[in-house]
Design a protein. Sequence first.
Length: 197
Amino acid sequence: MTSDPWLDKPTIEGERVLLRPFAAEDAADMARIMSDPEVGRLTGSETTSEDAAASSGEPDERTHQWYGSRATAPDRLDLAVVDRASGDVVGEVVLNLLDRDIRACNFRVLIGPAGRDRGLGTEATRLIVRHGFERLDLHRISLTVFAFNPRAQRAYEKVGFVREGVRRHAFRFDGEWIDDIDMSILEDEWRALNADT
């Protein structure tokens, strides 16, 4: 283990998911996941239904380089979400935008079609948040979620994230303005919620 825990890219085992460091070979799975129109819409990477449906699902050189370099990033943690039942990569969890001075970072999760509606995203979120507070010595983890994604909002609330506010009309999809909801969880809240575990 290195002296900087952000340089250690762990494998974290849960009941239904395994979080593990990315390898360049995961680019094909992630390109396929990101080509899903629902993923494009919910992540804000596409701004129209037509754009969201147009992706080829084939990884390009940039995608290979990105996932091949995640294991050496010094200020962020990107882990593949693996469905333990099938062994397939179904998404990713990310702690990024690290501010070491105030011990805070951003969180995001992306779950593709094969991993939805089975609690895998909630478990992956719980595991990475626990790692953030217990191993990375974070004080605050924050996120944003679009108002048209109540499924994700419920998953975050189950883990202990609290709604802080709304950035009105922060995104535009299919010509409609969409609000962006700010949420966070603090280390004291995490410890209180998990005192018995």
